[in-house]
Design a protein around this ligand. Structure first.
Ligand code: ADE
Length: 408
């Protein structure tokens, strides 16, 4: 790939492209980079590059002519090398937002030219005449486009074959595509009293990968819910099949009912601890949950109790009358093993007469919401609202959302 930067500060841009990883890759001809001084293309005696804006206002505007002539020279150089006409990007605060997807797209061009604006802007006519697109690197205003062009150059060039391949510790990031990076640690094992997460010292790469994946997902969900929603849509969960020691049995006997109530109580308390007062949580004893299950059964619900190696560890309820699924709870010790996904699919298949069953979930339970989204469920509205009402046991304002199964 050939990259050209058209700027009033070519030395600044060139020194960045000569340093560190990019500098080493450039020296090995893994890409070609040229930084051009706009001033060299001026036709006036003073080598002036800008002027007052028509219509008044503060600041100066870069002339169209020197930029146009510089771009023509770049086009000619590319043609002389037998390359295609370069793709021309103007860096301006008014451009389209930049992201990794755009970096991947730009990385496909054989020749890319980045034009840096300065002062108040660039004469629009040269953007209209030469620009293939305008890009902004974020919702803030820089004094010029140089940093922006270097951000684009760096993120595009690191994708060129060989640029990162030789760097120690480089990881194939495609596995984490669309998620934020997991946290990294290096020596010493304990730094100022802070130990490294023990899983990283086990040498068990399957476990380490699982931990890193979990960290990436949790970070993205909490820090960038917008990214996480997109990721959920593109990464549907496909539940595994039952293992040999797993069972899901219809709850019929007293023993099964009591076991289901224990699982329900323990996991309800865990999933509600952030939104309920401690007193209200403590009221949700296995006995209290048993009463709820009994009342639901009277209203037509059927419950299934899941066990692993004969230990009850999850429950789910279905209502054939209404097409609802509910009370899907996995005991804390059995979480992150795919049991929830299997049990949800199991429950859905118990309701073949309802192609679009429904369920409800608290909007504060972002983990569960993401799980249902990845399983093909979509929000259809708000079922109930809980205020910050200590009497009713709710510690924060939250909404109970209704979800509907939408996937085929
Ligand atoms: N020039 C000034 N601000 C900019 C921004 N946010 N992105 C790209 N170019 C700019």
């Amino acid at each position: 790939m050939r990259i050209d930067i058209v700027t009033l500060f070519p030395e600044l841009c060139d020194s960045f492209l000569s340093a560190s990883i990019l500098g080493r890759a450039r020296a090995k001809n893994l890409f070609e980079a040229h930084c051009h001084q706009i001033r060299d293309y001026t036709t006036n005696k003073q080598k002036q590059t800008d002027d007052y804006p028509y219509g008044g206002g503060c600041g100066m505007v870069l002339y169209a002519q020197p930029i146009a002539d510089c771009l023509r020279a770049v086009q000619q150089q590319c043609a002389d090398q037998g390359r295609r006409k370069p793709h021309v990007v103007f860096l301006t605060a008014a451009g389209q937002p930049y992201n990794e997807e755009t970096a991947k797209r730009l990385a496909e061009y054989d020749a890319l030219t980045l034009v840096c604006g300065h002062y108040e802007g660039i004469d629009q006519r040269v953007i209209d005449a030469f620009g293939d697109e305008e890009i902004s690197i974020g919702d803030y205003v820089l004094t010029g486009g140089e940093l922006a062009s270097l951000v684009v150059a760096d993120s595009v060039l690191r994708l060129q074959p060989g640029v990162l391949a030789e760097e120690k510790g480089y990881q194939d990031e495609s596995y984490w595509d669309g998620l934020l990076e997991y946290p990294q640690y290096t020596r010493p094992e304990v730094w100022e009293g802070r130990p490294v997460p023990p899983v990283l010292l086990t040498g068990d790469h399957q476990k380490i990968d699982a931990w890193r994946g979990q960290q990436s997902r949790t970070r993205t969900r909490l820090r960038r819910p917008d990214l996480y929603e997109q990721w959920c849509d593109t990464h549907p969960l496909t539940p595994g099949s039952w293992k040999r020691n797993e069972r899901a049995a219809l709850v019929r006997t007293e023993d099964q009912l009591n076991a289901a109530a224990r699982v329900y109580s323990e996991s309800w308390q865990q999933s509600h601890q952030e939104v309920c007062t401690p007193e209200f949580l403590a009221e949700h004893t296995p006995e209290a949950m048993r009463q709820r299950l009994d009342a639901d059964r009277e209203a037509g619900w059927a419950f299934y109790l899941h066990s692993t190696a004969r230990t009850p560890d999850a429950i789910v309820g279905v209502c054939h009358k209404t097409g609802e699924i509910g009370r899907l709870y996995v005991a804390p010790a059995a979480q992150n093993k795919g049991i929830g996904a299997k049990l949800l699919e199991f429950a859905r298949k118990k309701l073949p007469e309802h192609p679009h069953p429904t369920l409800t979930v608290l909007n504060t339970n972002t983990r569960a919401l993401a799980f249902y989204r990845r399983m093909g469920w979509r929000p259809t509205g708000v079922e109930a609202v809980y205020g910050s009402d200590k009497e009713a046991g709710s510690a924060v304002y939250c909404q109970e959302l209704k979800l509907r199964y939408e996937a085929q």
